[in-house]
Unconditional design. Structure first.
Length: 185
């Protein structure tokens, strides 16, 4: 698994936990960064979580629009977290191709959520990827400086290598205990 893939997975874990515990993602992130008791959080994972937190209200509105009839509260928490990450990367990210964002999100859905999640995630993000850049620009408003933060390296080419790693068909990824398919009450 490439470095950015690992960062995305860690970002989803933080977003999932913050949603489950009803905490601000950045507050939880501050607890996790530098902690010796939790897995490391890379700079790119921090960028992703912070970006999702910054744009969460708009991201959630768009997820509801693009999920065609699904309320956020009905989605498994993991799916919500993966979709939030995908929407952030497609709209405010640093130029990762939509196909890479979708593939990475689908792989996270396979590894961490229900059997139906990869298809659902693919459909929602696929609808978003079908819009042109002018429409994306209007969705996100003017691009602000905070979305342009530097990260710990890696390029869109690195992400393409991650896709090749993820598409090897080995099936080695498994859901973490207690993560898959949990829904809010």
């Amino acid at each position: 698994m490439g470095e950015r893939s690992k960062a995305r997975k860690r970002a989803v874990e933080v977003l999932y936990e913050s949603d489950l515990r009803e905490l601000d993602p950045e507050t939880l992130l501050k607890e996790r960064v530098g902690s010796t008791e939790a897995p490391a959080v890379s700079d790119y994972a921090v960028t992703l979580v912070s970006g999702v937190a910054e744009h969460r209200e708009r991201i959630d509105e768009l997820i509801v629009d693009y999920s065609e009839g699904w309320a956020l509260s009905r989605m498994p928490i993991v799916d919500r977290s993966v979709l939030r990450l995908g929407f952030f990367e497609m709209l405010w990210g640093d130029g990762v191709p939509p196909a890479v964002v979708i593939d990475e999100a689908v792989q996270l859905g396979k590894a961490l959520s229900t059997d139906d999640s990869p298809r659902f995630i693919n459909g929602v993000l696929g609808r978003l990827s079908g819009i042109d850049e002018n429409e994306r620009e209007s969705m996100r408003g003017s691009r602000d400086d905070s979305a342009e933060r530097e990260h710990d390296g890696g390029t869109a080419a690195d992400d393409s290598a991650d896709v090749e790693d993820a598409a090897d068909g080995s099936g080695q990824r498994r859901a973490e205990a207690g993560r898959g398919g949990q829904e809010e009450d």
